[in-house]
Design a protein around this ligand. Structure first.
Ligand code: DSN
Length: 414
């Protein structure tokens, strides 16, 4: 029972080592991914994984919470301070369960929910039809404008007035512009809806002060903890004091059993890191890098949706390049550049074979890459998209390796 992993299970050990090498060698551009610090990794691999802690600090259903209670309380306090929130629940297993807790807290089955449509850059759990949230509730979906690729708040207001949803979502997974949370809150107020901002993608930018915060405006704010926030896999809910009890009851016992306490430990560490001045610098670098990369790509004729980015994310329609998103993503992966194929607004192709690719700067910025490297990345992408052959991919891969060697990946000693 005390053998190290390399002896106890060489097969799994080797897969872990190989994944470490892969993450160190690649240019990782999937905008929802990052590198956590060594300290966050260490905290997530602790004996807290052995502990059951159903309930909340001071009110548990199992004994032995001597160190879990202070840990969860510390994590809650750090989350509240970092985001200026009245209440925090740090138990959701991830973003989707956090969002489901919002439904359970405020809605009855069949109630109307309004969110940004998935193909327009939204998230499954904001009422998309294949999700439980689109099946058990009545979805109304808004989009982005075809001519600008941006939200039109007047259109959203008109739709909300017509449909009168019980819950209005802001937030998405492929929207590269700032959210006007104040206006979204006023729309919700006008129609008597609860307003929830899902900041999974931009939580680190909000914490770092480079994206406006929804906390003063929203009833509830949900997030994952592992994207720009650079914490462990998990979710978190922030809310007004008046909603604290409803949210806590929805998470436990409404949806979940025991929290994953080892992840709570890692989240506490990540929240401490995100409160440091260096994290503000990181958040600024993320946005500066995304803007630089988008500008370089546009200069090379790439059709960046909405004409640029305000955050960490870039969505590209490859129709003018005459390459499908999946073909480009697979060729780029062979070239050591990892991103994902993605639908673009008003896509005429299917979601599993769409017209676009989605990329972003959180992980490369964590490695300390800057605008010079963004120029290189744009040039490599241009070469591979122009010629998605094995030969070009191999040539680019050799150059990618040269550069990744100079920027050690956080948390990885290999
Ligand atoms: N899977 C996440 C993303 O990549 O954006 C959203 O849940």
């Amino acid at each position: 029972m005390n053998d190290p992993l390399s002896t106890a299970d060489p097969e799994v050990f080797e897969l872990c080592r190989a994944e470490e090498r892969r993450q160190a060698e690649k240019i990782r551009l999937i905008p929802s991914e990052n590198y956590v610090s060594k300290a966050v990794l260490e905290a997530s691999g602790t004996v807290f994984t052995n502990k059951y802690s159903e309930g909340y600090p001071g009110k548990r259903y199992y004994e032995g919470q001597d160190f879990v209670d202070p840990l969860e309380t510390l994590t809650i306090d750090r989350a509240k301070t970092l985001f200026g929130a009245a209440h925090a629940n740090v138990q959701p297993y991830s973003g989707s369960p956090a969002n489901l807790a919002v439904y359970l807290a405020f809605l009855k089955p069949g109630d109307k929910v309004m969110g940004l449509a998935l193909p327009m850059g939204g998230h499954l759990t904001h009422g998309w039809n294949v999700s439980i949230t689109g099946k058990f509730f009545t979805p109304v979906q808004y989009g982005v404008r075809k001519d600008t690729g941006r939200l039109d708040y007047d259109e959203i207001r008109d739709l909300a007035k017509k449909e009168r949803p019980a819950l209005l979502w802001a937030g998405g997974t492929a929207y590269s512009r700032l959210w006007d949370f104040e206006t979204m809150a006023s729309i919700a107020r006008d129609v008597g809806a609860r307003f929830c901002a899902d900041i999974a993608h931009i939580a680190g930018l909000v914490a770092g002060g480079v994206h406006p915060s929804p906390v003063p405006h929203a009833d509830v704010v949900t997030t994952t903890t592992h994207k720009t926030l650079r914490g462990p896999r998990g979710g978190m809910i922030l809310c007004r004091a008046e909603h604290a009890q409803a949210i806590d009851r929805a998470v436990f016992p409404g949806l979940q059993g025991g929290p994953h306490v080892h992840n709570t430990a890692a989240l506490a560490v990540a929240l401490k890191e995100a409160a440091q001045p260096s994290f503000k610098e990181y958040a600024k670098r993320v946005v500066a890098n995304a803007k630089a990369l988008a500008a370089e790509l546009m200069a090379r004729g790439f059709d960046v949706v909405s004409g640029g980015t305000d955050n960490h994310l870039i969505l590209i329609d490859l129709t003018n390049k005459k390459v499908a998103g999946k073909v480009a993503a697979k060729a780029l992966d062979k070239a050591g550049i990892e991103l994902n194929y993605n639908s673009v607004p008003y896509d005429t192709r299917k979601p599993f074979d769409p017209s676009g690719i989605r990329l972003g700067s959180p992980a490369v910025s964590s490695r300390g890459m800057g605008e010079a490297e963004m120029k290189l990345i744009a040039a490599w992408m241009d070469r591979v998209v122009a010629d998605p052959s094995e030969e070009t991919a191999a040539k680019v891969l050799a150059e990618v390796r040269e550069v990744t060697r100079k920027f050690p990946a956080p948390g990885i000693s290999a």
